[in-house]
Design a protein around this ligand. Structure first.
Ligand code: ZN
Length: 188
């Protein structure tokens, strides 16, 4: 499947659900592929959307971005779902850093998959936070978040602030779980 990302931007109101879900999947793949390393295929924490025989495919999205603006390749780690996304560069989902940042020590935090999913649903305040959330990798049944201490402090502060003014009790509990997981995650 070859898709041109700009066909999926600004879908008109009333677009049917399947088209909207596909657009959402493609935009999260672009965010992961541009937030993570270029030049190597890596397994993101993004779940596969397929439901063969009505059961959710347990696979994760493996993404590959080669420099500088070649199409992004993606495939499921379990089923045969795969595709190529063109015209992603400079779209709103392009999270490539605009300037070089100094290298700081990076810890790898192990967090539950559900927490990675909660973080992806947040309206994150800036591209730096989005990069953190979308470069989360899959590892066995967990997710792994590479982050510097400063990155992590910023993300934890944001999650705490969101939890503070979240009206829904259920969402607030999810955010509290995310806060605890980020604050106490074992680092590797
Ligand atoms: Zn799959």
């Amino acid at each position: 499947m070859v898709t041109y990302l700009h066909h999926f931007l600004d879908l008109p109101a009333g677009t049917p659900g399947p088209a909207r879900r596909l657009a959402e999947q493609l935009s999260t793949i672009v965010r992961a592929a541009t937030a993570g390393d270029a030049g190597i295929a890596w397994e993101s924490a993004l779940p596969c959307r397929r439901r063969p025989a009505n059961r959710r495919c347990p696979g994760r999205m493996i993404v590959l971005r080669t420099e500088p603006t070649a199409p992004i390749r993606w495939q499921c780690s379990v089923c045969d779902d795969e595709g190529i996304i063109s015209n992603w560069a400079d779209s709103p989902f392009d999270l490539r850093p605009r300037r070089l940042t100094l290298a700081h020590p990076v810890n790898e935090l192990v967090i539950p998959d559900e927490v990675a999913a909660v973080l992806r649903e947040l309206q994150l305040p800036d591209a730096g936070c989005e990069r953190l959330v979308f470069r989360i990798r899959a590892r066995n049944d967990h997710a792994v978040l590479p982050a510097t201490g400063d990155d992590l402090d910023e993300l934890i502060g944001f999650v705490a602030a969101e939890a503070g003014h979240e009206p829904s009790r259920r969402r607030r509990q999810l955010l509290d779980t995310a806060f605890d997981a980020l604050s106490n995650a074992p680092a590797h």
